[in-house]
Structure formats: C-alpha cells, structure tokens
Design a protein. Structure first.
Length: 340
C-alpha cells in the first residue's frame, strides 16, 4: 500500500479530510490568497507562484485530476460570482491579476492548493510543502490524542459500551470452550487467535507486532469498537453452536469440529457485514492514525472520512480515563448494558 502522496489517493484524502491538520497547515504555511465568499481562495496564477511552476503545468494537473480537485474546492466562476470577485479584487495590484474581460475564472480553495501540492512532482516547492504537511499531520494527531495513538481507539464514545459488551461475550466463549471443547488449557490462546484470524486475518502475535505493543499490553484494549463488536458477535454465535452440537453428540467437540464451526460462522451472511466493516475500520484507521500497515488487510484500506477525525480527535472525544471519571455517564452505560 503506497503512502507516497503523489501516487496514493488514500494518503492524500487522509490529510485533506483531517480538518484539524488542514487548519494547522493554513496557519503554518501562510500562503496568502484572496478573501471571497467567506473563505480564502487562490487564482491559477497565484498557485503557479506558490508551487514555482508555470501555469501550463497547473492546467495539466487540473485536466488529469479534475474530479479530485473539484471535491477539494477547485471551481470555475461564471456570472455573478465572477463579477463579484472582479469587483472585490480586480484592481488589486498586490495579487494575481483578474482580467476584467475574462468570462470564466478557475479558483482554488486552500484544500485544493494542498491537494495540488500533493500531486505536482516537478516542483521542489511542492515537495517541501508535502514534507511540512506530513510533519504537521503527525504532530496534530499526537497532540489531539494525548501524546500517543496506542489507545486512540478508546477516545471513541462507543468504545466503552463495546468493550463492556465484548468482555461479557468473551467470558461466555471461554466458559463454552471449558465445557464443550475436548482440548487442553492452551485452547484459550489457540482459539483467541482463531477468532482474530477469522475477523481480521491476524493472530495475537502478528497484531501486537504491527502496532508495536508491549508484552503487557492487552490487544483488545487497542481495538476499535467496530472490531470488538465483530469479535463479540462471532463469539456469541459460537457459544450457542458449541453448546447445541455438544448436547446433540452427547460429548465435547473436537478441535477440528470447532474449526469448522468458525469457518462457517465467518462466512455467515449475517456476520459478513460486521467482519468486513471491522477489516475496513482497522486497516484504514491504523494506517491513518497509527502509521501501522496491516498487510493482510491492504485490500480493505479506504480513506478515513471526516467524521472519524471528529470522532477520535474532536472536542467530544475523551480518553478512557476521562470517560470513567464521568461517573454519571459510566453508570448510564452499565445500566443500558444490563437491560439488554
């Protein structure tokens, strides 16, 4: 999975969707621009100067990446909008000239300028801006997540109820292994790995290595709520099947029989949406937030939507310690779970 901004749409989107990083970049880069309709915009001539390329180079990139640039704020002014920008800035000699006879005018939002800087390969200035972007994005995520991204998953308001619920399913599953599976005590570690592999294609050791976790770190403490829900759903279904088949056979199941149940459960159309969602969320967020690449899940990587940056970095996101200190909210969570 390429993380080169010039070649990876996902990598570019993960910067541009991070409104906190974009805001910090705007303050840090101080690119200038024109005030228009409540935002800062840039003409093609201004962008050419910023990136130290000629206007024909800008035009080539607009043609090649038109859809992407438009999504990030490039637009063509006509009619009243064009008239208004001419009235506001047409006579300003300190900015790029806006011709009074022009019938259309392409303008870039700040996000679109960043987008273009991530695409242009001919410019040392664009390269320097890309380097600055990456530094600021890392700094912003670290600062907003409290200095470490190891437990950024816990800043999600859904994490606490998901963790409580999954812990309950986990206990039921280990009890079912004890009561209905003919195997030594190492079965708990073995089938933890098999559950993980069914949901996100990695065992405990692989997962810890990718996230650079310490030996004492608990894997589930670092998992996103969607991943915990997928694991809990799989465990809950297996508990019922283990008990049912053991009672039908009049004996404990053998490991091969449980393996078959896990395979069937992972392919169950009712569970597939949860498992697919868990793979997308884990692979995409870990790459974007933790700079951790799950190679076995590379085909599931997508851009992180803007809402996720609010969810994990925004004002409403809080560390687990802060959530637990909110006694009223914690009790409300426990009450909801008890009533299920």
């Amino acid at each position: 999975m390429s993380r080169d901004l010039t070649t990876s749409l996902v990598a570019r989107s993960n910067i541009l969707n991070n409104q906190y990083a974009v805001s910090e970049l705007e303050n840090s880069l101080q690119l200038g621009g024109l005030g228009f309709e409540g935002e800062t915009v840039f003409t093609k001539q201004q962008v050419a100067v910023i990136l130290d390329v000629d206007e024909r180079t800008i035009e080539r990139y607009i043609e090649k990446y038109s859809d992407e640039l438009k999504r990030n704020g490039y637009r063509v002014l006509r009619g009243n909008s064009l008239k208004n920008i001419k009235l506001a800035h047409g006579g300003d000699t300190n900015v790029a000239t806006i011709g009074t006879k022009a019938s259309i005018l392409g303008i870039f939002s700040f996000r679109a300028v960043l987008n273009l800087a991530m695409l242009v390969t001919e410019s040392e200035q664009a390269k320097a801006i890309r380097s600055r972007m990456l530094d600021i994005v890392i700094d912003v995520i670290a600062k907003k997540s409290g200095g470490s991204t190891k437990f950024i998953n816990q800043r999600d308001s859904d994490y606490l109820p998901s963790a409580y619920m999954e812990e309950s399913y986990r206990k039921q599953f280990t009890d079912a292994l004890r009561d209905f599976l003919e195997m030594g005590n190492h079965k708990y570690a073995v089938y933890t790995d098999k559950i993980y592999q069914a949901v996100f294609c990695e065992n405990t050791k692989e997962y810890k290595k990718i996230l650079n976790l310490a030996a004492k770190d608990k894997t589930r403490d670092t998992m996103y709520s969607e991943v915990l829900k997928a694991i809990g759903s799989l465990e809950n279904g297996l508990v019922a099947e283990l008990k049912k088949q053991s009672e039908q056979l009049g004996r404990k199941l053998l490991p091969g029989e449980l393996d078959k149940l896990i395979e069937e459960a992972a392919d169950n159309p009712y569970l597939q949406p949860f498992i697919m969602d868990a793979r997308v969320k884990m692979s995409s967020r870990d790459l974007g937030f933790r700079e951790a690449l799950h190679e076995k899940l590379a085909c599931y990587i997508q851009e992180i939507p803007t809402g996720d940056f609010d969810r994990f970095l925004g004002e409403k996101s809080r560390s687990l310690q802060e959530q637990l200190e909110d006694t009223e909210e914690t009790m409300a969570v426990l009450k909801r779970l008890k009533e299920r």
